[in-house]
Write a protein that binds this ligand. Sequence first.
Ligand code: HXC
Length: 260
Amino acid sequence: MSYENILVEQRGAVTLITLNRPQALNALNSLVLEDLIDAFAKFEADASQGCAVLTGAGEKAFAAGADIKEMFEKPAAEFFAQDFFSRWTSHLVKTTRKPWIAAVNGFALGGGCELAMMADIIIASENAKFGQPEIKLGVGPGMGGSQRLTRAIGKSKAMEMCLTGRMMGAEEAERSGLVSRVVPLANLVDEAVKLAAEIAAMPPLAVIANKEAVNAAYEMTLEQGLIMERRIFQVLTATEDKVEGMGAFIEKRPGVWKGK
Ligand code: HXC
């Protein structure tokens, strides 16, 4: 399937999706969203695919934000009527149960930073720059920046970034817990695909369940989250992959997963 604004390829069990508007620093307009919704739905439905990687075309940007030229013309009533930006979270976060990794190459600003934070894991290139510069446009984050960034790096840094629009480099982003690792730009996609392949080789039901368990930490009290974690563990003990995984350990051989 070919798209106008993104590239999609399969590398074994990994779906690699590339935002492809480098002339606009991969700014996120409505057409990009429609392409991404379709590509993520296909990834989710394809049993041969276990993990996805999202990156940006070119060396300069993952995504420099929501498309300012598109938003400039749009009347407020339309933003409200369309509940603008809500479909990003509903399709890329809520209905995507399989994990995906953001491989951030260069600028991840505004909606670009927020899109990266929708991923389950963020890997950054050394030239990556994260920021929520919406305040300079007279607005504020609209796709989760004030919420996910604050949970990721804490109030003081998130507040500073949202109030000044200051960008955070890759090293600071790793130190602050926003990204899990920083790699040279030339290796970024390969490293992300390698990590995604490692995840895709795990027992598929356990992958989905582990993702749900970690995400519950964002939504629940500790007590509720611990109950949910135990229930997930107990449900997984009913799978054939649990019998295979524990049996393979005892027999000192690699497990062969059925996704059952
Ligand atoms: C539309 C964009 C864009 C964007 C860059 N471009 N960012 N177009 N929307 N968000 C376009 C530029 O207009 C230009 O095209 C081309 O990409 C190259 O950008 P330059 O500015 O010439 O590059 P450079 O000088 O290197 O500066 C890079 C930059 C700057 C620092 C990343 O482009 C920038 O500040 N971009 C905007 C970042 C931003 O404010 N993002 C948040 C958006 S709001 P042309 O054809 O003009 O040469 C958002 C959330 C909205 O994301 C929530 C509100 C409710």
